[in-house]
Write a protein that binds this ligand. Structure first.
Ligand code: UD1
Ligand code: MG
Length: 452
């Protein structure tokens, strides 16, 4: 029987180097707070419980945590005396739990779920404490993993390391897996007798070895262990996430003609054979079905695009845009909270908000749904096969029936019935030869002014 697992996320640190009023772990990568990324990583160990250790701006972090993971328990570490002290704050919340605990840092957003699976496997093969390590290009301030004949012997923090230990390039990512009973027994014995005067979580490895318990290192790529301490790190985290998302999309059968220019959100869903042209931005909550094309410079968020639809270039789909199969949303068209049925088209320069557009309806250039009266939003209903002439203002609430035609330049304030033609504009009047006479009169006045 596999044991249940818990995750303990450390999120108490101040994050001084972010220079921000926002707690560090709430800064976003691909539209999701780093805390959410860490919770996503934790899914790799399928935790039945999550404890989040907060400290700096504890309430704000706890509010966000509850939204991201309603079942998570937040505990407060105040003051903050180090990573070992932080994990100890979770002891009460994990009372009675005897499965494995994965300790993760909330400011380390790129750990792959599969990596935690590898750690769980290492635990199952007998290691009491499993530590996630990586070969560091620049080991600098990282804790060093000191291996012996029987696996991992100890972790030495850089500030406490000897020159020989500092020469080791295998470093501690901070992620650990250890069963709950052993973890808290060992933590009770950790002291703060070190260069920082802190209680180090990392000391449990040496203590475990002293008790004759085997410890092991699981290795991952350095990229996964990126910890965010500054805005520069945040940008590096974003870049790494985007790189992964692009690769994953292409592997899954999406064509990206210029991958490095496409920006994904943490939850973007693209079907097979979707084509995404350069400079497209996906905000949160976008689903694009198989075979749709998102042309260059389009911006999408909170919307869905069905199979065969073509969006853009230069289109903007805002939350609630639901674009049906083979529909067309062209350049400089903004759609918000509106449904386009199959084959409907708005190809140029329009705003369609709070509306329903029927199948194969054609929305002419410059059509605007006037959905807001300054106080309330109102809906526009357009029937199937309707034709809305260019530069029409549809003053909502209003409806245009199926197969109806609205003449260009109309301001529609009343219901248009099925199969009707609506004309709502000034009648054209032509005055024969009047332009020529007007021009002559104006030219003469100008001459007179010059002479005077
Ligand atoms: C830690 C590790 C080090 C490792 C490095 C990887 C220890 C003692 N050292 O060092 O071996 O190489 O991470 O980045 O564990 N935190 C709390 N409460 C505290 C202190 C920290 O919640 O009292 C949280 C921080 O918010 C952060 C995480 O724990 O998310 C790591 O703390 P940090 O101070 O960055 O540890 P490092 O010195 O980087
Ligand atoms: Mg750190």
């Amino acid at each position: 029987m596999t044991k249940s697992t818990a995750v303990c996320l450390l999120a108490a640190g101040k994050g001084t180097r972010m220079r921000s009023d926002l707690p560090k772990v709430l800064h976003k990568i691909a539209d999701l707070p780093m805390l959410g990324h860490a919770l996503n990583s934790a899914k790799g160990c399928a935790p039945s419980r999550a404890v989040i250790v907060t400290g700096h701006q504890a309430e704000r972090v706890a509010d966000a945590a509850t939204k991201l993971s309603p079942d998570a328990v937040c505990v407060v570490q105040e003051p903050q005396h180090g990573t070992g002290h932080a994990v100890l704050q979770a002891k009460e919340a994990l009372a009675g739990f005897d499965g494995d605990v994965f300790v993760l840092f909330a400011d380390t957003p790129l750990i792959r779920p599969e990596t935690l699976v590898a750690m769980a496997e290492a635990r199952n093969t007998g290691a009491a404490v499993v530590v996630l390590g990586f070969e560091a290009a620049e080991p600098g301030g990282y804790g060093r993993l000191i291996e012996g004949a029987d696996g991992l012997d100890k972790i030495v923090e850089a500030k406490d390391a000897s020159p020989d230990e500092l020469a080791v390039t295998l470093c501690n990512s901070g992620v650990m897996c250890v069963d709950s009973i052993t973890l808290f027994k060992l933590l009770d014995r950790v002291t703060n007798d070190n260069a920082n005067g802190e209680y180090y979580l990392t000391d449990i490895v040496g203590l475990a070895r002293g008790d004759g318990l085997p410890c092991a290192v699981v290795r991952c790529d350095e990229e996964e262990t990126l910890g965010v301490n500054s805005r520069v790190d945040l940008a590096a985290g974003e870049a790494a996430f985007q790189q992964r998302a692009r690769t994953a999309a292409m592997v899954a059968g999406v064509t990206l003609t210029a991958p490095e220019t496409v920006s994904f959100s943490h939850d973007t869903v693209l079907g097979q054979d979707v084509i995404v042209e350069p400079n497209v931005v996906f905000g949160p909550g976008v689903t694009v079905e198989s075979g749709a094309t998102i042309r260059a410079f389009s911006h999408l968020e909170g919307c869905s695009v069905a199979s065969g639809a073509i969006i853009g270039p230069y289109a903007r789909l805002r939350p609630g845009a639901d674009i049906g199969p083979s529909a067309r949303i062209g350049n400089f068209v903004e759609v918000k909270n509106a449904t386009f049925a199959a084959g409907a088209k708005a190809n140029h320069l329009s705003y369609i908000g709070d509306a329903t557009v029927g199948a194969k309806a054609n929305i002419g250039a410059g059509t605007i749904t006037c959905n807001y009266d300054g106080y309330l939003k109102h809906r526009t209903e357009i029937g199937a096969d309707a034709f809305i002439g260019s530069n029409t203002a549809l003053v909502a609430p209003v409806s245009v029936g199926s197969r109806a035609t609205v003449a260009a330049g109309s301001v529609i304030v009343e219901k248009v019935g099925d199969d009707d033609l609506a004309l709502a504009r000034g009648r054209q009047v032509n005055k024969s030869g009047l332009a020529a006479r007007l021009r002559q009169a104006l030219a003469e006045s100008k001459e007179k002014l010059k002479d005077s």
